[in-house]
Design a binder for this molecule. Structure first.
Ligand SMILES: Cc1ncc(COP(=O)(O)O)c(C=O)c1O
Length: 439
C-alpha cells in the first residue's frame, strides 16, 4: 500500500476490507470474516446498519459543522440528554469529542481546572494504575501503564504516580492469597498520602481493564473503596469507559456492576458511535462543570469538539441499542461466550479466560503451572491473531502486561452476534491458538 502510513507490523500484509454486515466483514476477495473483536472492541451495534448511515448522511447534508465555541446544534443537545439518562454520573453534562484519547485529555484537564477554580492550584497529579490504557496522545499516554507503548516516549511524558491494578491472575501483593485482600484498592489511599493529598487532582481507572490487562474484572468491593478514598482526600474519580461503555459489559456502563458507585467524570468512545464515525464523550458531573464555569470557563477544546455529525451518529447508535435491547443481549450472549471460551482452557497455552458481558480475554502463557509468559520477542498474540484471520476470524491482539512480555487475545464482538457465530469464532480462535503454540 504505497502512500499509506499504517502502524508498523513486521511482515503483515493488510487484507482490504470492503463491506460489513452484522458480525461479519468481507474482504476484496469475497472472503467472509467473523468480527469477533468489533475491530478494537469498537463495533457495538454491528456493521452495515442503514439507519445509522442515514442519520450521519442526513445530518451532514443539513448541517455538517459549526464551531463549538460559538454555536450549538440540536443533535449535540439531544445526545447530551440521552446520555445523561444512562450514565452513572450526577447531573451529567456532555463534552463531545472525536475519540477516546481526546476524552482522556479532556477529563484530566477538566479535573485540574476544577481544582484551580476552587483555589486549590497545587492539585495537578493524576494517579493511575499499572497496567492500564487511556490513550495514545501524550497526556493520555502519561497516565497509561503500558510499557511497550510508553518506551520510546518516556522522557516526554509528565510523571504519573501509579498504583498496581487489580489483576488476580498475576497478583503479587503481599496480602493476596486465595481471597483478594483488596490491597490494590488500599494502595490508592497510601499513594495519595505519599504524594500529598493537596497535590492530587484525580484518580483514573477503567472499570473493567481493557487491552492492557485483558478484560480484568476487579473484586466487588473495589470501586466502593476507591470512591470512599477519593472522597476522603478531595480527589476526583474519573471512570474511563471508552471500552466498557455503551452496553459492552451487559450494562450501559461498566461501573454499574458496582452498584451505587458514581464517578465525578466518565469518559466513553468506541461503542458510542460504534465505528461509524470517530467519536468520544466526556460526561462530567454538574458540580464540576458549574465550578469550572464559575472560575471563567473550561480552557480546552478541539476543532471537532461538539461535532453535529458525531452527535447524530451517537444518537442513532443509542436508539438502535435501545430498540433492539442490545445491552441485555450483551449480558446473555456474554455468558454464552464465556462458557465457550472456558472450553479452551484445556489447550496447553491457555492460562486464563476472563471477562464480563461481550468483553473477554484469553491470556496465553508458555507454562500454565508457573504462569510464565512467552518472551515478548515471540509475538505470540500477533501470531495467533494472524492465524485466526487466516482461518476467518478477527480477534484483537494485545499484551505486554508482564514487564513487557505477556500475550492477550481479546474478544469483543458486535452485541448483535448470534450464538452460532460466537461458537464459530471461539472454534477458530481455539484452532489458531493450537496451531501457533504447537508450532
Ligand atoms: C480504556 C481506553 N481508554 C482510552 C482509549 C483511547 O481511545 P482512542 O484510541 O479512541 O483514542 C482506549 C483505546 O483503546 C481504551 O481502550
Amino acid at each position: 500500500m504505497p502512500g499509506v502510513f499504517y502502524r508498523q507490523r513486521p511482515g503483515w500484509t493488510f487484507p482490504r476490507a470492503v463491506r460489513g454486515e452484522g458480525a461479519f466483514v468481507w474482504d476484496e476477495t469475497g472472503r467472509r470474516l467473523i468480527d469477533a473483536a468489533g475491530g478494537a472492541i469498537v463495533v457495538g451495534i454491528g456493521h452495515g446498519v442503514r439507519e445509522v448511515a442515514d442519520a450521519i448522511g442526513d445530518q451532514a447534508r443539513q448541517l455538517a459543522y459549526v464551531h463549538g465555541t460559538e454555536l450549538t446544534s440540536e443533535p449535540v443537545e439531544q445526545l447530551a440528554a440521552a446520555l445523561a439518562t444512562r450514565v452513572p454520573v450526577d447531573d451529567a453534562r456532555l463534552y463531545l469529542v472525536a475519540g477516546g484519547s481526546e476524552a482522556t485529555e479532556t477529563a484530566i484537564k477538566l479535573a485540574r481546572q476544577y481544582h484551580v477554580a476552587r483555589g486549590e492550584r497545587g492539585r495537578h497529579k493524576v494517579i493511575a494504575r499499572w497496567p492500564s490504557f487511556h490513550g495514545s496522545s501524550i497526556g493520555a499516554l502519561a497516565v497509561s501503564g503500558r510499557p511497550s507503548l510508553r518506551a520510546d516516549f518516556d522522557p516526554m511524558l509528565p510523571v504519573t504516580p501509579f498504583i498496581p491494578a487489580p489483576y488476580p491472575y498475576r497478583c503479587r501483593l503481599p496480602g493476596c492469597g486465595a481471597r483478594c485482600s483488596l490491597e490494590c484498592a488500599e494502595a490508592l489511599d497510601a499513594k495519595i498520602r505519599e504524594e500529598g493529598p493537596d497535590t492530587v487532582a484525580a484518580f483514573i481507572a477503567e472499570p473493567v481493564i481493557g487491552a492492557s490487562a485483558g478484560a480484568v474484572v476487579p473484586p466487588p468491593e473495589y470501586y466502593g473503596l476507591v470512591r470512599e478514598t477519593c472522597d476522603r482526600h478531595g480527589v476526583l474519580f474519573i471512570a474511563d469507559e471508552v471500552m466498557t461503555g455503551m452496553g459492552r459489559t451487559g450494562r450501559w456502563f461498566g461501573l454499574e456492576h458496582w452498584p451505587g458507585v458514581r464517578p465525578d467524570i466518565l469518559t466513553t468512545g468506541k461503542g458510542l458511535t460504534s465505528g461509524y464515525v470517530p467519536g468520544g464523550a466526556v460526561m462530567a458531573g454538574g458540580r464540576i462543570v458549574e465550578t469550572v464555569n464559575a472560575g471563567g470557563g473550561f480552557h480546552h477544546g478541539f476543532t471537532y469538539s461538539h461535532h453535529p455529525v458525531v452527535a447524530a451518529a451517537g444518537l442513532a447508535v443509542m436508539r438502535y441499542l435501545e430498540r433492539h435491547d442490545l445491552v441485555a443481549r450483551a449480558a446473555v450472549m456474554g455468558e454464552h461466550l464465556m462458557v465457550r471460551l472456558r472450553g479452551l482452557a484445556d489447550l496447553p497455552a491457555v492460562g486464563d479466560v476472563r471477562g464480563i458481558g461481550l468483553m473477554a480475554a484469553v491470556e496465553i502463557v508458555r507454562d500454565p503451572a508457573s504462569r510464565e509468559p512467552y518472551p515478548a520477542s515471540a509475538r505470540m498474540a500477533q501470531k495467533i491473531q494472524a492465524e485466526a484471520l487466516k482461518r476467518g476470524a478477527i480477534v484483537y491482539a494485545s499484551g505486554g502486561q508482564v514487564n513487557g512480555a505477556g500475550d492477550l487475545i481479546m474478544l469483543g464482538p458486535p452485541l448483535v452476534i448470534e450464538r452460532e457465530q460466537v461458537d464459530e469464532a471461539v472454534q477458530i480462535l481455539g484452532d489458531a491458538i493450537a496451531a501457533v503454540t504447537r508450532a
